[in-house]
Design a protein around this ligand. Structure first.
Ligand code: SAM
Length: 348
């Protein structure tokens, strides 16, 4: 195990190592690049988030996910609505014990705990993000309702035991798993019989055809820019949910809604699409001038030793991420919001 090098949970060497997982993406020894990333998923994902977390918080928010937008609706209000929507679809009830799988810095957990009056355990494999999440929870004085645990979502039963939660949700997190059957199976096992699982999954849509080189290349750019070992098709997510024994009660790709303002609009960096005055700043950060400022600003803070070495390089991959995600959204080859509400069979 590599020792933390920064004192805040981030490990410099794995940040610096991150992009090497996509170099020589063909055969490496007897493995393909994808096989190598899947096998080393912990290092790939943590290397990415050690480098990207500050940038996510600076450029996006404390909720590390996408959402739909309504006309005139502010950016943070729309993110919160997306979280409330999931919790309403799951019919969370006051007093339930809920697991947030891959909880980021706790933005959604704090929202959902307030909205649904539930108790939430946030699970994350990234020490740096857990430190941040605990700090924000303390500030919000919600530490009695929201707690955080370090752990790998591929080993939930080992951590919590079977039948431990009334409900589980995962927001744009389980795409990082080396296998969907693996993570969904663990989620099902920690749920009580009759318990509910709600998720927003990142998928290539069923229009995506990996035998087409440009489609394959788009998936690679989404992976590299977002710390994802392997992008997979939506049909595989559905099949994995059913294979582990979930009953799917409701499913919808929310990116298919006929929205006037597309879900990817903030990443386009087009300030004329900003919905409120405050949103100009968020959207500007994604514009080309905003990206130039971040590019040199990040280079400088890394040189000054204020962020771990390699952070600038991960920041460069975020630009690839933004462009690839927008392209995936426009071509409808990619969705970050496949919503599935699933039940574990049995009596509540
Ligand atoms: C895109 S972020 C979403 C975070 C959060 N759900 C949100 O919406 O703000 C993905 C999260 O999954 C976590 N994650 C990835 N792989 C994990 C694993 N194997 N075990 C636990 N957490 C993991 C990452 O550390 C990160 O916090």
């Amino acid at each position: 195990m590599t020792a933390p090098e920064t004192g805040d949970g981030r490990v410099g060497s794995r940040i610096q190592n991150y992009t090497t997982y996509w170099q020589n993406d063909g055969e490496q020894d007897d493995k393909t690049g994808t096989e190598n990333r899947v096998e080393n998923y912990t290092d790939v994902v943590n290397g990415y988030y050690d480098g990207a977390t500050d940038l996510y918080e600076f450029g996006w928010s404390r909720s590390f996910h996408f959402c739909r937008f309504y006309k005139g609706e502010g950016f943070t209000a729309a993110l919160a609505r997306h979280e409330h929507y999931l919790s309403a679809q799951m019919k969370l009830k006051p007093g339930m014990r809920v697991l947030d799988v891959g909880c980021g810095v706790g933005g959604p957990a704090l929202q959902i705990a307030r909205f649904a009056d539930v108790t939430i355990v946030g699970l994350n494999n990234n020490d740096f993000q857990i430190g941040r999440a605990r700090r924000y929870t303390q500030k919000a004085e919600l530490q009695d309702k929201v707690t955080f645990v370090k752990g790998d979502f591929m080993k939930l039963v080992e951590k919590f035991g079977e039948n431990s939660f009334d409900a589980v949700y995962a927001i744009e997190a389980t795409v990082h798993a080396p296998s969907w059957e693996g993570v969904y199976g663990e989620i099902k096992n920690v749920l009580k019989p009759g318990g509910i699982f709600g998720m927003y999954e990142w998928c290539m849509t069923d229009e995506w055809d990996p035998s087409i080189p440009s489609h394959q290349e788009l998936a690679r750019r989404i992976e590299l820019g977002n710390g994802i070992p392997e992008m997979r098709a939506l049909s595989k997510a559905r099949a994995a949910l059913l294979a582990v024994g979930f009953e799917i009660e409701h499913e919808e790709d929310l990116a298919e809604r006929q929205d006037e303002i597309p879900w990817y609009y903030p990443l386009e960096g087009d300030i004329f699409k900003a919905q409120t005055t405050w949103d100009y700043i968020t959207v500007w950060r994604m514009s080309w001038s905003g990206k130039v400022v971040t590019h040199y600003g990040l280079w400088l803070v890394e040189k000054l030793g204020l962020v771990p070495k390699g952070t600038w390089q991960v920041g460069e991959t975020l630009k690839i991420a933004g462009d690839a995600v927008v392209e995936g959204g426009k071509t409808k080859l990619f969705t970050p919001m496949y919503l599935a509400i699933c039940r574990k069979p049995g009596r509540v």
